[in-house]
Ligand binder design. Sequence first.
Ligand code: F6P
Length: 470
Amino acid sequence: MTTSGSADLVIVANRLPVDRVRDAEGNPAWRRSPGGLVSALEPVLRRNDGAWIGWPGGDEAGLEPFTEDGLRLVPVALSAQEIEEFYEGFSNGTLWPLYHDLVAKPEFHREWWDAYVAVNQRFAMAAAETAAKNATVWVQDYQLQLVPQMLRELRPDLKIGFYLHIPFPPTELFQQLPWRRQILEGLLGADLIGFQLAGGAANFVRLVRQRVGHRTHRDTIELPDGRLVRARNYPISIDAAAYEELARSEGVAKRAVEIRAQLGDPETVFLGVDRLDYTKGIRARLRAYGELIEEGVIDVGKSVFVQVATPSRERVEQYRLLRDEIDRLVGRLNGDLARIGRPAVSYLHSSYPKEEMAALYRAADVMVVTPYRDGMNLVAKEYVACRFDDDGALVLSEFAGAAHELRQAWQVNPYDLNGMKATLVEASRADPKERTRRMRALRKQVLENDVAHWADSFLTDLAGDVKPKR
Ligand code: F6P
């Protein structure tokens, strides 16, 4: 057993909710990173004398625990080699593509795995030293799947939860992983394992039965020592009311009008907003849109497609290739199809503050979210939360986790280019009454199931009030 700390609730996530930046004098400082997770957990952390453990980004060593705006933050340092092997390598070159239906080919390297084990051990140690006796520790996401078991060995007194933000793959794909058993056993260190969808939880339970040989009953796994582990779905969400409030603000309203004017006041604005990631289906949606212009179905003089692609994981080979591909495709579409002052695609390789995003959502007639596979996709929910006018059409991939809740969206199969083209046209030409009918239903769903509801349901179940699911 390690000596315990004083926090009654500990969040362990790959990243801290702050970024390392330089202030006006060039001195290093911290800036809050605007994440949904932190806004959901902040009130719970404050109530429970909580702490957040995570990597501050970069390879700066020797950072001590500190308090920022009343939040206790514990940095875990990664060396340059660990960033390469643990973060870019095993997390984003092996697990990310494997868990997203092999949209890209996962690479299996033994030295990446060794780094994954070593870094998970460091996070587990930090959690063990931070948590008070009998505290609750909630571990987040695919980068830290070994932490629950490592932590249980160090601190058997703790309540441990784990939540996977990305999809849990079908059993056939997961079995490719040379370290499949270690990952399953790592997760089984938790008392409660949360997934986005019921299907992911069921895949996990089946794998545990088949590969590890434990007895299972519905969502419950019985370990040889009698301990019970539960695997359930808790679809994540956003702070919907805060998005709506932002969208209603005067500044955002003005900016939305300005955006449309800057785009040349088109009749229809299509919008895509994604991290620049190969799982998001950006290429397919732009190709579909380009073909519609080529065929004369969409008039480039009357419509524009705004695609925001936030830079992401830029040192990983697959992401570099994707960036070049999208650059070329946008160049070709605009070269072939644009007219002076009328681009086919307005492409923005950049990230923007929330206010600008809310204005874009308000300005967009058709929001196009077409990932090949996505754990949830919060952009779809943000769009809905911002449309307090009950207008706007959401085109949503059936392979996004959000498709299970957002049934009233225009759903598409992103692999079916013709189907996607037909749906883009249908959504953009839908009768206003039909758009409103659908948007009202979507808004009810998103506003009633916000991120606070997500965090509360998970933490309540973890605290021991788990009721059997019917
Ligand atoms: O969706 C999984 C996730 O890890 C998010 O938690 C995160 O915001 C996003 O991907 C980007 O991740 P990274 O930390 O690699 O920039």
